[in-house]
Design a protein around this ligand. Structure first.
Ligand code: SF4
Length: 108
């Protein structure tokens, strides 16, 4: 029992440290400012991994928010998570992958 409690704390520690507020209906990933891709199939996750998708771009001037592949309609889980024409599942406005292409008229 003690071990289970410790494990639970370890899983929640990043959320608590970030000061994020958990609300019912919000996944841990969303509360941590990430997009919840937990519903994707193994193949879909592999597609994302193959393009090295991350929720926080390592390139300050290249993000999903200024990529031509970002879809104007929000993904199911809303907020900063949108849909992409290249990757399955939600992508974060601050995310990035190797398929990034500057949106015409956007920064980059
Ligand atoms: S192609 Fe990559 S960088 Fe562009 S919106 Fe999709 S996930 Fe983001």
């Amino acid at each position: 029992m003690r071990r289970r409690r410790a494990l639970r704390y370890l899983l929640l520690a990043p959320l608590l440290a970030s000061g994020a507020a958990w609300r019912p209906g919000v996944s841990l990933a969303q509360a941590q400012g990430r997009c919840d891709a937990s519903g994707l199939s193994k193949q879909e996750r592999q597609q994302r991994d193959a393009l090295e998708y991350v929720d926080r771009s390592p390139h300050p001037r290249q993000t999903c928010g200024n990529c031509m592949h970002l879809q104007p309609t929000p993904a199911k889980n809303g907020g900063p998570c949108k849909a992409c024409s290249v990757l399955p599942g939600p992508v974060h406005m601050e995310g990035w992958c190797t398929a990034w292409v500057a949106r015409i008229g956007g920064a980059g």
